[in-house]
Design a protein around this ligand. Structure first.
Ligand code: ADP
Ligand code: ASP
Ligand code: MG
Length: 436
């Protein structure tokens, strides 16, 4: 079975849903993962923020604005009066449900419940459409099989057991439709895999059923060599290894949720990135093969904090780094980059939630300096020792940009640099000119 995931723009208009139905047609069985209609999750975030602040008037207005276009959506999605009526009923049920939160106490738990609505609506509407056009389709509720633990990590065994049991109930079905993004947590509450999480769902369910392939259908023809939102002349990359793609996703290539590649890599399931608007384009294949270019792609991740930790003694005594790392471990804060000198170590984190507590503990045995608003620029390629010119090319391109940290040699396929976010666009454009 193949897994096909369609993102927000791919389900964002009735016509797009019609195209998806044509795209998934064919004999083999498929598991289809859908995101919310584009704009819906952002609107739900805004509604939840208003209700959290206690501004219920604004919350109500935002709910009306979110649902107004859904009636036209339903009208254009279906042909028969009966299907249109069912579609209207779906929209009204969800609208009434969201309205029921207005005027009541509202917090984090309720926010997550609201955020799940986008995928619940899009999948219900699409399933109804598939039934209207006589597809043998079953809607599998993701909340029955997607589960995360107390560290917000997916519970793989549970997902595998529950999903395979669900699928086994429908031997006749050809299409299984499910929600991306949403999951239950260990308290049994509704939760999610963080923004952009539908990609991760696709990979998790693909791994759970040992799919032959995972396809991520979006609004661009594959992973590009640089961020197309910032750099003009970018191009799609035909092939990437799991490790290369994982690095690009983790270091900011928005086309993939940061964790997407890991479950697929575990079972060596190829991940194909494809464009719904241009289905004939080759896209990107992520598998064991790579393309033969030296430098393949560049990505950047914002919101990084750099911490310089200086030993109070002159030299970094042994045991010093262990003490430092233990503090980050205690606060479950992953370190992305690290560089050391004789007397100091600099690390970066992207989750500054526990920064104050971390600094407090570090200060008991060293001095610290903190720089916020940093970006990691990650250059992915073949940086083997026998290719000395490559690194020169990078620094030549960046000669006018102040660089705060450099990480090279950690893996053979990555050079990472830390710069102030204000220089990011300039750096990405300069690298595009200089290294491709
Ligand atoms: P979806 O809603 O389908 O999940 P996303 O908006 O999350 O789509 O991801 C696709 C977008 O990612 C593209 O439209 C593009 O602007 C952005 N993007 C950022 N970096 C890259 C990259 N290196 N290659 C391709 N797209 C990228
Ligand atoms: N709808 C969710 C979001 O906008 C998940 C996704 O689209 O991947 O973040
Ligand atoms: Mg996305």
């Amino acid at each position: 079975m193949k897994v096909l995931k369609f993102g927000g723009t791919s389900v964002g208009k009735p016509d797009r849903m019609h195209s998806i139905a044509r795209l998934i047609a064919g004999k083999d069985r498929k598991l289809v993962v859908l995101s919310a209609v584009s704009g819906t999750t952002n609107a739900l975030v805004a509604i939840a923020a208003a209700l959290t602040e206690g501004d219920h008037g604004k919350g109500s207005q935002l709910i009306e604005a979110l649902f107004a276009p859904y009636h036209e959506f339903v009208n254009l999605l279906y042909t028969t009066a009966e299907a249109k009526q069912k579609g209207e009923a779906i929209v009204n049920t969800h609208c009434d449900y969201i309205k029921s939160y207005v005027g009541k106490p509202f917090g984090e738990k309720e926010t997550k419940e609201l955020l799940a609505e986008g995928e619940l609506i899009s999948t219900a509407l699409f399933q109804e459409y598939l039934l209207e056009i006589n597809y043998q389709s079953v809607l599998l509720p993701a909340l029955e099989f997607m589960k995360i633990d107390d560290d917000n990590e997916p519970v793989h065994e549970y997902i595998e057991q529950m999903l395979t049991a669900e699928i086994a109930k429908y031997p006749e079905a050809q299409y299984f439709i499910t929600q991306g993004f949403i999951a239950k947590n260990t308290k049994g509450e509704i939760d999610n895999l963080k923004r952009g999480g539908s990609d991760y769902t696709a990979s998790l369910v693909g791994a759970a059923i040992r799919a032959e392939e995972i396809q991520i259908w979006t609004d661009i023809d594959g992973m590009h060599n640089n961020d197309p939102r910032i750099v003009k002349k970018t191009f799609p990359i035909a092939a990437l290894t799991f490790d290369e793609a994982a690095e690009l996703a983790y270091f900011g290539a928005k086309i993939l949720h940061p964790s997407t590649i890991l479950p697929a890599k575990k079972y060596r399931i190829p991940v194909r990135l494809l464009n719904t608007m241009q289905p004939e384009a080759k896209g990107t294949v992520i598998a064991d093969q790579t393309s033969d270019k030296d430098i393949k792609a560049i990505a950047a991740k914002d919101g990084i904090t750099a911490i310089k930790i200086k030993s109070s003694r002159m030299l970094l005594a042994y045991g010093f780094l262990r003490r430092v790392f233990e503090i980050f471990e205690k606060y479950k804060t992953p370190i992305d980059m690290i560089t050391t000198s004789e007397v100091a170590v600099s690390v970066t984190i992207d989750d500054a939630k526990n920064l104050t507590a971390i600094l407090e503990e570090l200060k008991s045995f060293c001095t610290v300096e903190v720089d916020a608003n940093q970006s990691i620029v990650c250059i992915v390629g073949d940086f083997l020792e026998d290719k000395p010119g490559l690194v020169n090319k990078i620094f030549e391109a960046l000669k006018n940009i102040p660089i705060r940290m450099i990480s090279y040699g950690g893996s053979k396929n990555n050079v990472s640099l830390l710069i102030h976010t204000q220089h990011k666009n300039e750096a990405l454009n300069a690298l595009n000119e200089g290294v491709f």
